[in-house]
Design a binder for this molecule. Structure first.
Ligand SMILES: [Zn+2]
Length: 302
């Protein structure tokens, strides 16, 4: 058995994995504005969650082959760096956790984990060349080329969310301006919807989707959706021009909003306004199948 942990911009999901299947999970929300010490918060919740799962499945840490932890940041020598959405510069959580849990603890980049999980178990099984895009609080990405995960030599690389699509644009947590994720993340989309419809800024989940979907059906947010799709298509077209993938797999919070956004995105890409090769079909655009589980499973698969 293995334990996989996915740390996102707004959640911690811890799961026990047996034979590539999650058999039990513990989920915690991260309300970043209400947390004083985020590193301590993550550490405490990992310890609590792992112990809780071990108790629930009546096992001990000796039976756990490995703990994998997926983070939305750069990973080098098992230390994670630069988590702008969590306000963390450097975090050596494996060293701290190893003091309590005597097993292999491996830190990974979350987009790499999710891409790998989709390749092995999810919607990308048949594809050997694809881009995985996690559109959630930010935008993360990974590239599978010829069935292998492309990796950068110095650190994680492939920071698609931070490719600059507007000169002197909006300020990003990374320190630059005009980054793709400042225009096309789900966080940005939902923030715009909430402001436009004048709903509680803290509203999330099913209720927010319902309100958004109804407003979309009643043509109240057509312009807002079009503007968002324009930004998203702009960034994705750049990636298509660079990598020429067979498929693009989209995960993250985008998946929950598929009924509003997916078809519009495909239509927009098919117009090929920003795509170089006008004669080729655009890549297949597919949704990630494993949802929030991708990071948890992927963190122990790589
Ligand atoms: Zn940025």
């Amino acid at each position: 058995m293995k334990i996989g942990i996915d740390i996102g911009g707004s959640h911690i999901c811890i799961g026990v994995i047996d034979q590539n299947k999650i058999i039990d999970t513990v989920y915690t929300n991260i309300n970043i504005d209400e947390i004083e010490d985020i590193e301590k918060f993550i550490y405490n919740n990992c310890v609590y969650g792992i112990n809780k799962l071990l108790l629930r499945i009546h096992t001990t840490i000796d039976q756990i082959e490995k703990i994998g932890i997926a983070f939305p940041g750069k990973v080098k020598d098992n230390i994670v760096y630069n988590l702008p959405n969590l306000g963390i510069k450097q975090f050596n959580i494996s060293k701290e956790l190893r003091k309590i849990f005597n097993t292999n603890i491996i830190i990974q980049n979350d987009a790499n984990c999710a891409a790998y999980a989709e390749k092995i178990l999810g919607s990308m099984k048949e594809y050997s060349d694809f881009i995985f895009l996690c559109i959630g609080t930010g935008i993360g990405g990974a590239v599978i080329n010829d069935n292998r995960l492309l990796t950068a030599k110095r650190s994680t690389g492939f920071e698609f969310g931070h490719m600059i699509i507007h000169q002197n644009g909006r300020s990003c947590n990374c320190g630059n301006k005009g980054c793709f994720e400042r225009y096309a993340s789900m966080k940005k989309f939902k923030k715009d919807v909430k402001e436009y419809l004048n709903v509680d800024p803290n509203l999330e989940g099913e209720k927010l989707f319902e309100i958004t979907y109804n407003a979309y059906k009643n043509n109240e947010i057509t312009k807002l959706v079009e503007d968002y799709i324009e930004e998203l298509a702009f960034g994705i077209s750049n990636l298509i021009n660079i990598f020429e993938p067979e498929a693009i797999c989209i995960g993250g919070g985008f998946v929950y909003y598929k009924d509003i956004l997916l078809e519009r995105l495909i239509e927009k890409l098919k117009q090929k306004d920003y795509i170089m090769d006008k004669d080729e079909e655009i890549p297949e655009i597919k949704l990630a199948k494993l949802g929030n589980e991708a990071g948890v499973i992927g963190s122990v698969l790589i």
